[in-house]
Design a protein around this ligand. Structure first.
Ligand SMILES: Nc1nc2c(ncn2[C@@H]2O[C@@H]3COP(=O)(O)O[C@H]4[C@@H](O)[C@H](n5cnc6c(=O)[nH]c(N)nc65)O[C@@H]4COP(=O)(O)O[C@H]3[C@H]2O)c(=O)[nH]1
Ligand SMILES: Nc1nc2c(ncn2[C@@H]2O[C@@H]3COP(=O)(O)O[C@H]4[C@@H](O)[C@H](n5cnc6c(=O)[nH]c(N)nc65)O[C@@H]4COP(=O)(O)O[C@H]3[C@H]2O)c(=O)[nH]1
Ligand SMILES: Nc1nc2c(ncn2[C@@H]2O[C@@H]3COP(=O)(O)O[C@H]4[C@@H](O)[C@H](n5cnc6c(=O)[nH]c(N)nc65)O[C@@H]4COP(=O)(O)O[C@H]3[C@H]2O)c(=O)[nH]1
Ligand SMILES: Nc1nc2c(ncn2[C@@H]2O[C@@H]3COP(=O)(O)O[C@H]4[C@@H](O)[C@H](n5cnc6c(=O)[nH]c(N)nc65)O[C@@H]4COP(=O)(O)O[C@H]3[C@H]2O)c(=O)[nH]1
Lengths: 73, 73
């Protein structure tokens, strides 16, 4: 299952600010300005979940609860 | 410098068949059917050069000589 974030939903979630910054750094590294979705590497899941305050199950649950996962594990 | 291959030029180079197969596997993993160029990860350079029969300088020189590098190290 690919890790795909809904960038518009993400922008609207204030507590997700650390995730927004991580995502922004990837957007800039790529020059990927579609602005709607961002697919991340499976390898990024761990880092992303740490930013959501926990291990992978906790982080994925948090992303889902925030409504920012288009698709994911 | 990004590693960008010219897929049309690559198709025309018979001795590049191992490289064509490596590239095809990535095209299929992505579902990336633009058919013109393929950017690869920096991490892939080593594997690609081994397929070209040598270390990185040799492999890069070979890709250049074949005219398949749009951009590269
Ligand atoms: N469709 C697709 N294309 C791929 C994939 N992996 C690499 N590429 C292509 O290969 C280029 C170079 O990748 P890199 O050397 O890993 O260099 C990358 C990498 O270091 C970093 N980066 C970009 N996206 C991500 C990401 O989602 N996660 C992480 N951890 N790093 C990323 O930014 C650099 C530049 O990224 P790009 O400008 O996008 O440029 C990328 C992209 O055109 C892939 O799994 N799928
Ligand atoms: N995961 C993912 N990332 C996407 C997608 N579309 C665009 N991007 C990201 O956004 C950057 C700019 O894309 P672009 O303006 O369409 O313009 C692109 C595209 O026109 C072309 N290009 C270069 N490499 C590739 C490749 O491997 N596949 C494709 N289809 N186009 C490529 O050159 C430009 C620069 O490409 P990149 O260096 O790869 O940098 C790309 C890539 O990092 C997508 O559907 N999925
Ligand atoms: N060695 C190598 N493997 C490749 C390359 N392109 C694709 N793959 C493999 O194929 C999987 C699916 O790629 P995708 O459909 O482009 O789906 C990718 C793509 O949408 C995005 N992505 C990852 N890295 C980059 C990147 O550097 N640049 C861009 N633009 N997108 C990326 O995240 C999705 C998931 O990435 P992964 O979990 O890593 O999963 C990737 C990776 O395991 C490549 O150039 N080199
Ligand atoms: N800009 C952007 N769009 C995204 C991203 N994740 C998903 N999408 C959208 O969802 C489709 C699948 O993206 P993908 O899994 O990255 O799978 C992509 C990707 O692996 C590759 N690709 C397309 N354009 C580029 C590009 O400019 N550069 C690179 N490196 N890969 C590309 O071809 C596959 C199919 O692309 P499409 O048919 O155009 O359709 C793409 C695109 O419309 C993202 O992180 N950034």
């Amino acid at each position: 299952r690919k890790l795909v974030l809904d960038l518009e939903a993400l922008r609207a979630v204030d507590p997700a600010e650390p995730v927004q910054r991580f995502v922004q750094s990837i957007i800039e590294a790529r020059g990927d300005f579609n602005g709607k979705v961002l697919s991340l590497r499976n390898d990024d899941l761990k880092a992303l979940c740490v930013l959501c305050g926990g291990d992978i199950p906790t982080g994925v649950a948090q992303l889902r609860a925030w409504g920012v996962l288009v698709d994911g594990p």
